[in-house]
Design a binder for this molecule. Structure first.
Ligand SMILES: [Zn+2]
Length: 286
C-alpha cells in the first residue's frame, strides 16, 4: 500500500476498511499462507516460537496476520513509508536511483534510513533474521518487516512508476467492481478479491498450481532481480493501457475485460512466487 493522498492517509488511519490497501491485507495473508506450506519443519518450529514471543497488538498474532503488520506500523511511523516499494521509472528504469543509491542501513535495520527501498529492506531484514547476534526485539521486527516486504516486492505497482505515484494518480472509470478508485488500488485489492472468497481459499487454490519446477525456477535470483521481474511485468501488462495519465494529468482509464483476465492471472502468479520465495528466505534464515 502506498499512501500519498490525504484521502489515502485518512483511509489508513481508519484501518483496514480503507480502499487503498496494500496487496490488501488479503493478498499479504495469501502469500504468508502459501509460504507456511513450504517451510521446513525446522523453520516452522523456529517461526512459531518467534511469533509466540510477540505480544504486539497491532495485528492478531497468527503468521498470516503478522504479514500485514508493517502496513499498520507505518500509520504511526511515517519514516518507514518508503520501504514498501521501489519506484523504478517506466521510461528510464534505474534500480540504483529508485533505491536512493542503496544507502547503508542503520545498525538496526528497523531504525532507518527513511530513504531506502523495498529491495534493500528485504536484504537487510533477512540478514538480521539469520544472525544469532541480532537482539531478540530487533529479530522480531525483522521477521515482521520481511514477511510483508516480500509481498510488496511482488505487487507490480510497488516496483514501477510513471510519474503517477505507482498508479495512484490513474483514476478508473468505470471502476471494475465499483470500489477501486485508481489503478494502484485495483492491483492491491480488486484483482486479489477476484481470486476467491478468503485468504485460506485463495492460498489453497494457488498452492495447488505450484509444482517442483516452479519452486526451483522461482528460487533463483534475489530481491534485486525479483524487483526487476515485477517491473517488467508491470511494463508489459499493468501499463497496457490506452493512455498513461501522470499525476499532472489526473486522467482516467477504463480496464477492458481482457485486461482484467490478464491481471488476475498475473496477480495469482505473483502471489504464488511471493509465497514460495518467502518460504525460501525463511528456511534459509531460520
Ligand atoms: Zn506495504
Amino acid at each position: 500500500m502506498r499512501l500519498f493522498t490525504a484521502f489515502g492517509f485518512a483511509a489508513a488511519l481508519l484501518g483496514s476498511a480503507g480502499p487503498a490497501l496494500a496487496w490488501g491485507d488479503l493478498g499479504h495473508k495469501v502469500t504468508a499462507l502459501i509460504a507456511y506450506r513450504h517451510l521446513t519443519p525446522k523453520a516452522r518450529t523456529a517461526l512459531d516460537a518467534l511469533l509466540a514471543a510477540d505480544n504486539d497488538s497491532l495485528t492478531p498474532p497468527d503468521f498470516a496476520s503478522r504479514a500485514t503488520w508493517a502496513d499498520k506500523y507505518r500509520n504511526g511511523h511515517r519514516e518507514t513509508a518508503e520501504w514498501h516499494f521501489v519506484d523504478i521509472e517506466l521510461d528510464h528504469p534505474d534500480l540504483q536511483t529508485a533505491c536512493f543509491g542503496f544507502p547503508t542501513a542503520s545498525q538496526r535495520a528497523s531504525a532507518g534510513p527513511a530513504q531506502d527501498c523495498v529491495v534493500d529492506k528485504v536484504e537487510e531484514f533477512e540478514r538480521e533474521l539469520a544472525s544469532p547476534s541480532t537482539p531478540p526485539s530487533e529479530r522480531l521486527l525483522a521477521l515482521k518487516f520481511l514477511i510483508h516486504f516480500i509481498g510488496d516486492l511482488h505487487q507490480p505497482l510497488h516496483a514501477s512508476d510513471h510519474m503517477d505515484r505507482g498508479g495512484n494518480c490513474i483514476g478508473l472509470s468505470p471502476s471494475p467492481d465499483g470500489r477501486d478508485s485508481n489503478l494502484h488500488a485495483y492491483w492491491d485489492t480488486g484483482v486479489v478479491l477476484a481470486l476467491g472468497g478468503s485468504a485460506n481459499e485463495i492460498a489453497a487454490k494457488l498452492d495447488a498450481q505450484i509444482g517442483p519446477a516452479d519452486i526451483a525456477a522461482w528460487g533463483r535470483g534475489e530481491a534485486k532481480s525479483w524487483a526487476m521481474e515485477s517491473f517488467l511485468l508491470s511494463r508489459k501488462d499493468v501499463y497496457a493501457l490506452a493512455a498513461k495519465p501522470t499525476c499532472n494529468d489526473r486522467g482516467f482509464v477504463g480496464l477492458s475485460a481482457a485486461y482484467q483476465v490478464t491481471a488476475q492471472r498475473d496477480a495469482a502468479k505473483q502471489l504464488e512466487k511471493a509465497g514460495v520465495r518467502m518460504a525460501i528466505l525463511l528456511n534459509r534464515a531460520l
